[in-house]
Design a protein around this ligand. Structure first.
Ligand SMILES: Nc1ncnc2c1ncn2[C@@H]1O[C@H](COP(=O)(O)OP(=O)(O)OP(=O)(O)O)[C@@H](O)[C@H]1O
Length: 302
């Protein structure tokens, strides 16, 4: 079995004021991958290309081993669940139950018990018209619909947008449960740091239409740290020699705050330094601080 859920090569989409790509990216099967980036960086555009809702100018996308955009795709779509960033307005006049009756015809694996259980847990009344549901309720309904056919791949574009804290916790639980079955994959765009930390195994940074890197979450959060180092007041240290060096600023007196993307190696390097340097304390960076570094780096490079 192909162990890539998504394989993207040479993907480019050009618009009047925005260019997405070129993107090379392989997202593994069986894990949760979060796509993180500032507003307007191209996350939703990427999701729409994955689902063949928009056409690329160049490049190739494979989902679950099948090429996207190569013709008949009903069988492939049945293996995928998608929650778009915004619900579709033209469906506002439909009741939830009517939409579910329509949608389930496309999905051989539709599980009516799971659907009903999700609606119960999310406290969504399917008799309501979609346009009459609150924003959060509509979101929960969309999530239930996307999961009820037990897809292998779940694509979620800012899934928690509009959810209250209780519904948010419920969503995290539901997504954890979804992942309990082997071989399932979630790819989600998110601005919610806590959500990414709780759910994601991998993180992809997207800035200005480019993928700046894909990282294993724990390695990323363990690696990116601010080290507070007393330089001993001797000869000036060349901090740029530190493994993973990102920045150095004076914190207080002879103490420097040195940010590194490779804290374990940086600590070994410090211990082996002959100069009179001493590690005083260290602090892991938060995901939003790491994203900010990527954005600043991208500004200089892109
Ligand atoms: N249909 C469209 N036609 C032309 N340009 C578009 C269209 N949709 C989006 N864009 C542009 O593409 C760029 C990326 O938008 P996109 O919605 O993909 O970003 P995003 O990362 O999902 O942002 P957010 O975090 O705000 O949801 C923006 O500059 C946007 O204005």
């Amino acid at each position: 079995m192909n162990d890539a859920a998504i394989a993207i090569s040479g993907l480019v989409q050009r618009r009047a004021n925005f260019e997405l790509g070129p993107i090379e990216l392989v997202i593994p099967r069986g894990y949760v991958t979060a796509v993180v980036g500032p507003n307007g960086s191209g996350k939703s555009s990427l999701f729409r290309l994955l689902l063949d809702l928009a056409k690329p100018d160049k490049g190739r996308i494979e989902l679950l081993g099948e090429r996207v955009g190569s013709g008949e795709d009903t069988a492939l779509k049945a293996r995928i669940g998608y929650v778009p960033e915004q619900s579709i307005d033209i469906e506002d006049g439909l009741r939830g139950s009517q939409k579910a009756d329509f949608v389930r015809q496309w999905y051989p694996n539709w599980d009516v018990n799971l659907y009903q259980e999700l609606l119960r847990r999310f406290e969504v009344d399917p008799a309501l018209k979609l346009g009459k549901m609150s924003k959060g309720m509509r979101r929960k309904f969309d999530l239930a619909l996307a999961i009820a056919h037990q897809p292998e791949l779940l694509l979620l574009d800012e899934p928690s947008s509009g959810l209250d804290p209780i519904a948010w916790k419920m969503m995290i639980e539901v997504l954890h449960r979804y992942m309990d079955r082997n071989g399932r994959t979630i790819v989600m765009a998110s601005h919610i740091i806590d959500e990414v930390k709780r759910l994601a195994d991998y993180i992809v940074f997207v800035v200005q239409g480019k993928v700046l890197g894909m990282y294993e979450k724990d390695a990323l959060l363990d690696g990116w740290q601010a080290l507070y180092v007393d330089s001993g007041g001797g000869a000036a240290m060349d901090w740029t020699r530190m493994p993973g060096f990102l920045s150095a600023t004076v914190s207080r007196g002879t103490t420097y705050k040195v940010v590194t993307a490779d804290a374990p190696e940086a600590e070994r390097w410090l211990a082996a330094e002959e100069a009179n340097v001493r590690l005083i304390s260290k602090q892991k960076l938060e995901l939003d601080e790491i994203l900010l570094f990527h954005i600043e780096q991208a500004r200089g490079v892109l």
